[in-house]
Design a binder for this molecule. Structure first.
Ligand SMILES: O=C(O)[C@H]1O[C@H](OP(=O)(O)OP(=O)(O)OC[C@H]2O[C@@H](n3ccc(=O)[nH]c3=O)[C@H](O)[C@@H]2O)[C@H](O)[C@@H](O)[C@H]1O
Length: 452
């Protein structure tokens, strides 16, 4: 993190709305020449010379520098201007370029060069480390937003640094930054995991979902389609797209036009947007529908995580039930299984066909369920946690509020099995054991239990 600080402080110092700046009518030149009329001709000569140098500089700058005028990013609710980062900052200068370039370089002969967005997120961290371990080049991009404990994100970033992965702090909405990244490294693949996650939070902060899952995604695809050669894109959709679909198990062919939350609606929108970019520009795109992914280094906003915290603190937990005491269940999927699915999607993807924004032929477009195929009732999830934590939970069973949650999820994974060789092997009890072990180690030893 420490090396990212200079970038931050540099960016924070920049005005967020350049248009608001009033021109200074009493410029130093005017003031000086009023005081010393004899200086005027000499100053004019110098002014022309300086102007010439400025024009020369602008001409020689990469396009990102000149197109970067109006992009802003929202980070942790704070509006910061990242646009000129690509233009001015010594922070994005040769040292930054070297780090990006070195991190993007594969260490194995057949290795890929991958930009992982959302790299300090839960899935992003695991995927990045697995890719790096097998010899791929990996550069991370993440805005480190404060949707949940940023301390956890920083700790994940330390893991990535130790693995030799450079994570750039920035937002997928920042076109200039993305352009600069693609100019610096020749990415063969983009693993797009940056998103506003969480089903229930969408009622509190709807615009954050549009910002990241719609605007940000389009911004990223715009850069990908214009890059030459175009990278292959693999990205995270969600089981939530099945919404109120009642046919089980959920198959990729089932209807996905009844989302129950804005989160689900933005992921569904993402799938349609992806199709458009595939159709018009020849981008090879694979969408992965993740089913309630859990495990070590997980997300504190998810039920298994905050149930663990609350059980340990003796705090009451609310277990949702459906209509007429119906069971609410999830097809919980362990992180290592999902990572294997992500890597298989990258490895089996065919190349994009377009270049420089022009399609040259039909490109691959795929969508897969990455689930576990075994839905588990929430009551059972709590019993497993009680056993592992050796603490009785204070349970309150309540009717599921109207908050965007769906009553159950259940993946049919036969397509992913056939085409990706995807085969989940971790049952919920085994996976939660690994999670609890990590949780106790992480919060216990570091006394961080107040974080989430
Ligand atoms: O597969 C996905 O695409 C999504 O998975 C995840 O959503 P969900 O499956 O809803 O997981 P999560 O919130 O952990 O709730 C788990 C269960 O606990 C129940 N639940 C929840 C809260 C509570 O207080 N009580 C309760 O019973 C609740 O009703 C539910 O049945 C990701 O967060 C989301 O980003 C997305 O990736």
């Amino acid at each position: 993190m420490t090396q990212l600080k200079p970038i931050l402080s540099h960016l924070d110092a920049l005005p967020s709305t350049p248009g608001k700046f009033k021109p200074d009518k009493t410029s130093p030149y005017h003031r000086l020449s009023r005081l010393h009329p004899s200086l005027s001709p000499r100053l004019t000569l110098w002014s022309f010379f300086v102007l010439f140098l400025v024009i020369l500089f602008l001409f020689c700058s990469p396009p990102s520098a000149t197109t970067a005028v109006s992009n802003t990013a929202v980070n942790g609710g704070k509006r910061r201007n990242l646009h000129t980062a690509a233009v001015l900052g010594p922070s994005l200068g040769p040292n930054w370029e070297n780090r990006v370039w070195a991190s993007a370089r594969p260490t194995s002969k057949a290795g890929l060069s991958i930009l992982v967005t959302g790299a300090v997120g839960f899935v992003g961290t695991h995927v990045s480390i697995s890719l790096k371990k097998r010899g791929d080049g990996v550069v991370g991009l993440d805005n480190f937003n404060s949707y949940y404990d940023t301390g956890l994100k920083k700790a994940r970033n330390s893991l990535l640094q130790k693995a030799g992965i450079f994570v750039v702090e920035g937002d997928i909405n920042d076109a200039a930054l993305l352009q600069k990244l693609f100019e610096t490294a020749k990415f063969t693949h983009v693993m797009h995991l940056a998103a506003q996650a969480g089903v229930r939070y969408a009622m509190k902060n709807p615009m954050s979902y549009i910002h990241s899952n719609v605007n940000g995604f389009v911004n990223l695809l715009e850069i990908c389609k214009s890059t030459n050669p175009q990278p292959i894109v693999v990205w995270a959709s969600s089981s939530s797209v099945y919404g109120l679909n009642s046919k089980v198990p959920f198959s990729e062919k089932d209807r996905t036009d009844q989302p129950a939350s804005l989160y689900a609606a933005t992921k569904k929108a993402g799938e349609e947007i992806a199709h458009t970019y595939n159709h018009i520009y020849g981008l090879s795109i694979t969408g992965l529908r993740f089913f309630t992914v859990y495990g070590p280094w997980g997300r504190p906003d998810m039920a298994y995580y905050f149930f663990t915290k609350d059980i340990l603190r003796g705090k009451e937990i609310k277990i949702y039930e459906g209509v007429d005491h119906g069971t609410v269940a999830r097809d919980f999927t362990y992180i290592d299984d999902v990572v294997k699915g992500c890597l298989a999607a990258l490895d089996t993807a065919k190349k994009s066909t377009g270049s420089g924004g022009k399609k040259r032929g039909a490109a691959q477009f795929r969508i897969y369920n990455l689930g576990n195929t075994t839905p588990v009732p929430i009551g059972r999830l709590v019993s497993i946690l009680e056993k592992l934590l050796m603490v009785k939970a204070k349970k309150k069973v309540i009717q599921m509020p109207r908050n965007g949650d769906v009553p159950f999820t259940h993946a049919n994974i036969s397509l992913a099995q056939k085409e990706l060789g995807y085969k989940p092997t971790t049952d919920l009890e085994t996976g939660l054991k690994k999670f609890v072990k990590w949780y106790v180690g992480y919060y216990g030893s570091k006394k961080k239990s107040s974080a989430w």
